[in-house]
Structures are given as structure tokens and as C-alpha cells.
Design a protein. Structure first.
Length: 424
């Protein structure tokens, strides 16, 4: 692609990937994938382009980690000085995809007078009667070159098929890690370690392994809080990470995360992992710095917002914590389709958490909206149902609350005492 376009005040030359504001501007050079995504949005002529379409057309059906597209969109927004909340260039259309909302103008190509096209008569032919095997040989060579070019384009600058395979392995590990179940976390650890045994410089695997080791301590060690879904705040208050064995594991996780940052200083995953380790170690200020750096690199990184919410809870700032939990939910909503394997286990629980925080702040109207939002996604979510029952009882709607309780017991394994639950 050699076309040049103007997008509002910017000019993008796709032949070079150079994005600049004026001819004298040095500009910035977009990464190939970022340029490809931008071109796909331009060619859509203002229509919404689904995430699936972008992944299929830009990555040529190569399996990549779920957040590859989100990372590229974030890079584009940063290069364009764009803001996801009030976009001038790239708009996120929740659960649909992305849309280019700026003015687009295709610029005319400048004629190159220094190299006029060759006349047919200037081409010298070695023979007017080539050997009968010559054309088939050319055809075979052409097929080989096209195949090689296809592989190169499918796996640009990443080590080809081998690199794709290692990315796929880390992506599977990431999916296991986000399920928040012990067996899945152990499988994630195994996959990260397998990847590192072959590619010791894989920063995503280093970061992932650091996360999974901390998660193992947080949820499933002998010192963990009794409830497996308790957060870092609870674990820190209960001294979960104080034992000698826990400290040894944290030191290993820290070394892994620091090495990931050293290898990939612009990787949000690396900074998130280091923040998580520092958070578990009680080094809150340093953890906050790493989390905020991760958000700067990828504003769609919803797990980081959750960790920041936990951090501000521990610091005794519940309203600030609530702000970050709500940002996490918004980011999950935007990335739900692209990251469904990772988002789905968290989506309803984070929504319920937000509703519960509003209830604790005596904002019952907002709490009810959040509980109902969760139930529209996960109709029999136990905690959200009980939260709504509590609000209905508070407002005098006892019979409706009781029916909701009976339905929860009938259709799930819940065994709530509905009469006692709905007493005023």
C-alpha cells in the first residue's frame, strides 16, 4: 500500500508507516500491525469494523493473544493523541468493534518524473524461442517465492511459525490464569514454564509466571484467606505473605517480573506483573507506580484497574477504589468479545462488587442498578440476587423479594432461608 491519507490534522503515508502533522514534522513511524489496523478502519469508510474482522484481516487468521488488537488500538490512540472516552479518531463501539470518526481525505500521489516507465521495446529478450522447460521452471520458482512471502507477511518480524506457536502457548496460559481456579492456575504455571524453557526471553511468559505464582500464594497456599475469592487487601491484613516460604516465592516472582520489564519496558503486562508482586509484598507506593505505568501503556488493561481498586481499599480510600472498579468493568465491557475466556469469569463478580460498594456508601439507587445489570448478564448470580433481595426488603417489597429467593433456591444449589431473609 503506497497511498497517503489525511486524518484531521495528521497525514499518514502507508508506504513508510510515517504519521506526521506537517511536511517538516519528523513524525512517528507506526508499527506494521498498527498501520494495517488503521488502514482497515479507513477502508471501512466510517462503518463499524468488528474485532473479529480486524483480527482476521490484519493477523491473517494467525492465533494471537486476545489483547493483541487492544494493544494496537491503544498504540494508535497514543500516536494520534486520541482519548478513548472522547474520541476524535477511533471510537470503541461496545460489543461491536471500532469506528473511525475523523475526517478522512485521500491525498493525490505525486508523479515521479525521474524514473519514467520503460517502453516495451527497451526490454531485451534472451531468446524468442525459450526452452520448453523454462516456463514451468519459472512457475515453480514463482510459487515458491509467493509461498515464502505469504509466510513472511503472516508472521512479520516475529520469528515466523515458531514465534506464533510460543505466543499461542502463552495465550493459552493467560486464559487458564484468569479462570481463578486452582487447577487452571497450575496449568498456567506449567505452560509459562514450558514456554520459558524454550524461550527464556519471552517477557509475556515471565510476567505471566510471576502473576500465577503470586495468585497461588493469595488463594491456595496454607496461609491464604479461607475464602478463595478474597482480595489482596484481606490477604495483606491476614499476613498471607509473611511466611518464609511465601517470601521465597515472592522473591522469585519479583525477579521474573523485573526481568520482564527489563526485556520489554513498554509491555503493560510486565509492569502489571511487577506491580502485583510489589503489592503482595506491601510496597504499595511502588506498586501503584507500576500499575499506573501499565494503564498508560494500555488503557484497556482491566485487571490493572481491579488491582488498583484493591490497593486503594487497603489505603483506606473506598471512593477512589470504587472509581477504579468501575473503570475495570467499563474496560471489561469494551473487551468482552475479544477476551471472553478471560473476562467472563470476572465480569459478574466485579459488577456485584461495584453494586455492593454503592450500597455501603448508602447509594441504594445505584446499587440496585448494578445488581440488576449483573443479573441481566448472569441471571442467577447468587450474590447479586441476594443484594437485590436486600434492597427490595429495604423498600418494603417483601413479596417480590421472597419470590426472588424461592426462585434462586429452586434453580441453583442455594439453600437460603427465604422467610428469615425477607424479614424487615
Amino acid at each position: 500500500m503506497t497511498d497517503t491519507y489525511r486524518l484531521n490534522e495528521y497525514q499518514i503515508e502507508f508506504a513508510t508507516g510515517l504519521l506526521k502533522k506537517s511536511p517538516s514534522d519528523t513524525g512517528v513511524r507506526l508499527e506494521p500491525k498498527a498501520a494495517d489496523v488503521l488502514l482497515a478502519l479507513i477502508e471501512a469508510e466510517g462503518e463499524v469494523v468488528s474485532k473479529e474482522q480486524l483480527l482476521r484481516s490484519v493477523w491473517n487468521s494467525v492465533i494471537v493473544s486476545d489483547d493483541a488488537l487492544l494493544r494496537v488500538i491503544s498504540q494508535l490512540r497514543k500516536s494520534l493523541g486520541d482519548n478513548a472516552k472522547s474520541p476524535r479518531f477511533i471510537k470503541t463501539v461496545p460489543k461491536r468493534g471500532y469506528q473511525l470518526v475523523c475526517v478522512v481525505q485521500k491525498l493525490a500521489k505525486e508523479k515521479d518524473s525521474t524514473n519514467p516507465p520503460l517502453e516495451r521495446s527497451t526490454v531485451v529478450h534472451a531468446s524468442k524461442q525459450p526452452n520448453r522447460f523454462f516456463k514451468p521452471a519459472i512457475l515453480i520458482v514463482a510459487i515458491f517465492l509467493i509461498s515464502s512471502l505469504g509466510l513472511y507477511l503472516a508472521y512479520p518480524n516475529n520469528g515466523g511459525l515458531a514465534h506464533s506457536a510460543r505466543d499461542e502457548q502463552v495465550a493459552r496460559a493467560d486464559n487458564f490464569y484468569h479462570q481463578m481456579r486452582r487447577n487452571d492456575n497450575e496449568m498456567a504455571i506449567n505452560l509459562y514454564e514450558q514456554s520459558l524453557s524454550r524461550h527464556a526471553d519471552n517477557s509475556d511468559a515471565l510476567a505471566g509466571l510471576a502473576n500465577a505464582l503470586v495468585q497461588r500464594l493469595l488463594r491456595w497456599s496454607e496461609q491464604s484467606p479461607k475464602a478463595p475469592d478474597d482480595d489482596l487487601e484481606t490477604a495483606l491484613r491476614q499476613g498471607t505473605f509473611e511466611s518464609a516460604a511465601a517470601r521465597t516465592t515472592l522473591q522469585r516472582a519479583r525477579s521474573l517480573a523485573e526481568h520482564a520489564v527489563e526485556l520489554s519496558p513498554d509491555s503493560y503486562k510486565a509492569h502489571k506483573a511487577l506491580g502485583f508482586v510489589l503489592h503482595a509484598s506491601g510496597e504499595l507506593e511502588q506498586a501503584e507506580t507500576e500499575y499506573l505505568r501499565a494503564i498508560e501503556l494500555n488503557p484497556s488493561a482491566w485487571p490493572v484497574y481491579i488491582n488498583l481498586g484493591d490497593l486503594y481499599d487497603f489505603k483506606g480510600e473506598p471512593e477512589q477504589a470504587l472509581t477504579f472498579f468501575e473503570r475495570a468493568f467499563e474496560a471489561m465491557d469494551d473487551s468482552y468479545d475479544a477476551q471472553i475466556a478471560q473476562v467472563r469469569p470476572w465480569y459478574a463478580d466485579v459488577g456485584y462488587l461495584i453494586g455492593e460498594r454503592h450500597y455501603q456508601l448508602n447509594d441504594h439507587v445505584e446499587a440496585e442498578l448494578w445488581f440488576r445489570r449483573v443479573l441481566s448478564h448472569s441471571p442467577l448470580h447468587k450474590d447479586a440476587t441476594l443484594g437485590l433481595i436486600r434492597l427490595l426488603v429495604d423498600s418494603g417489597e417483601t413479596e417480590q423479594a421472597k419470590q426472588l429467593c424461592f426462585e434462586l433456591n429452586r434453580r441453583t444449589e442455594a439453600a437460603e432461608n427465604c422467610d428469615q431473609l425477607t424479614e424487615r
